[in-house]
Design a protein around this ligand. Structure first.
Ligand code: ACO
Length: 388
């Protein structure tokens, strides 16, 4: 459809491919300094949250704007634990779904299906929306773990009422309580992935919500967007690449060939960071630690070689490891199957999506950019019989 009028005022129109540099919203949720490699959630540096916080506390911070008091955190964590269960019909449906689609596609189905049974489905007051949000954040891990158990022919493991968000997911996935240290590492990984400004999936959620559609639809849009290899789907592909390379001595040749052929190295580059992603720095330390702990340095040593060559070749262009580069190695040692890496990202990011949606709709305006029309001005309609 021709966007009439665009040509007329084209003198004042600014075009930014991929919306680079466009400010599309005001937000007090997080900020990224892409030159210094800094990230803050509600003003708090990510390094402090990774050191001292938990996913539940960080989720509260992102949703409500400030750190909770002890009793607020207890109440919020209690709510999250109580809301982990899936409606029976959704549980049954997960058992019927085919075992081979990508789990991100299953997650879209499960979130959409769960929405039909949400007791707050029709509620649009702030409290009702917040209950829907907390329910979704609490249920997404259960959806992922249940589906994985079913597709691998194992009994589903119901949520553990005494475990925190991160530990409970590993418990439901593996059917046994994780050791405390690994549960903590996973908790930190979730904190690091919880929020990141107007990335593609968050923006997709906001666009959906800006039409005054419901939060579940916004989260479904976000999941579909996160799935792509240029966004959250990169983590899974990093391990495929490490496998393909096989040994550290082959990494340099692989990278140089890829760059020569204009192929992208997954887990590198970022629209905002032009330096080392601070989340990747923390995840790299855990990847190192777990590789030592398990006496298996195969992946980390290939990863470090890729990093060395990439920074040497493309560092001057601002290409450095992003959050997706080392997360896969961490998840691998935590026993998380590869095709669940992106669903786990979604599980963590659900809070960032929801926080932005809730913030934006408070002062909503529908998102409606325009395309600059570059087609012909006038084309005669030719009846089908006369077309050649
Ligand atoms: N490998 C090789 N070259 C790269 C890479 C990469 N990973 N990333 C960017 N470049 C190069 C591009 O080829 C381009 O070079 P040119 O100017 O010579 O043409 C230049 O850097 C700029 O790249 P753009 O695609 O314009 O950067 P953009 O900001 O649009 O894209 C993106 C950012 C999508 C993350 C990109 O860096 C990429 O494809 N990375 C690989 C996929 C990935 O890791 N995604 C996860 C990102 S983090 C997240 O979403 C959670």
């Amino acid at each position: 459809m021709v966007e009439m009028g665009v040509l007329e005022d084209s003198g004042t129109i600014q075009y930014s491919k991929g919306l680079e540099g466009v400010i599309a919203a005001l937000s007090s949720i997080s900020a990224i300094d892409g030159k210094q490699g800094k990230l803050i959630y509600r003003g708090i540096p990510i390094e402090m949250l990774a050191k001292y916080s938990t996913y539940e506390e960080t989720a509260y911070l992102l949703l409500y704007g400030e750190l909770p008091t002890k009793s607020q955190l207890e109440e919020f964590s209690r709510q999250m634990r109580e809301l982990r269960y899936l409606p029976k019909k959704v549980e049954e449906c997960l058992k019927e779904l085919p075992p081979n689609p990508h789990p991100m596609d299953i997650l879209k189905v499960a979130v959409a299906h769960t929405a039909l049974y949400d007791p707050d489905r029709l509620s649009c007051c702030r409290e009702g929306v917040m209950r829907k949000v907390i329910r979704l954040i609490a249920q997404i891990p259960t959806m992922i773990a249940y589906y994985h158990r079913v597709r691998t022919g194992q009994e589903i493991v119901p949520p553990h009422p005494d475990l925190g968000h991160a530990a409970n997911f590993l418990y439901m996935l593996h059917g046994k309580e994780p050791d405390e240290e690994e549960a903590r590492i996973f908790d930190v990984a979730l904190i690091l992935h919880a929020e990141h400004g107007l990335n593609a999936s968050t923006f997709a959620a906001m666009v959906t919500a800006s039409t005054l559609s419901d939060i579940n639809s916004a989260i479904v849009s976000a999941i579909g967007t996160l799935k792509g290899p240029l966004h959250g789907g990169a983590n899974e592909r990093v391990l495929q690449m490490l496998d393909e390379i096989g040994t550290p001595d082959r990494a340099e040749e692989y990278v140089l060939n890829a760059l020569k052929e204009k192929r992208r190295i997954m887990g590198f580059g970022h629209r905002v960071y032009k330096t080392y992603d601070p989340r990747a720095r923390i995840l790299k330390e855990y990847a190192e630690y777990l590789s030592e702990k398990y006496g298996d340095r195969r992946w980390i040593s290939i990863g470090e070689k890729i990093e060395e060559v990439m920074i040497r070749e493309l560092g001057k262009k601002g290409i450095f490891p992003n959050v997706d580069f080392y997360s896969g190695i961490v998840y691998h040692f935590l026993g998380i199957p590869r095709d669940l890496f992106t669903p786990v990202f979604a599980m963590a990011r659900s809070v960032g999506w929801a926080a932005h949606v809730c913030e934006y709709v408070q002062n909503n305006r529908i998102f409606r950019p325009r395309a600059y029309y570059i087609g012909p001005d006038y084309v005669e309609y030719v009846p089908i019989e006369q077309r050649r």
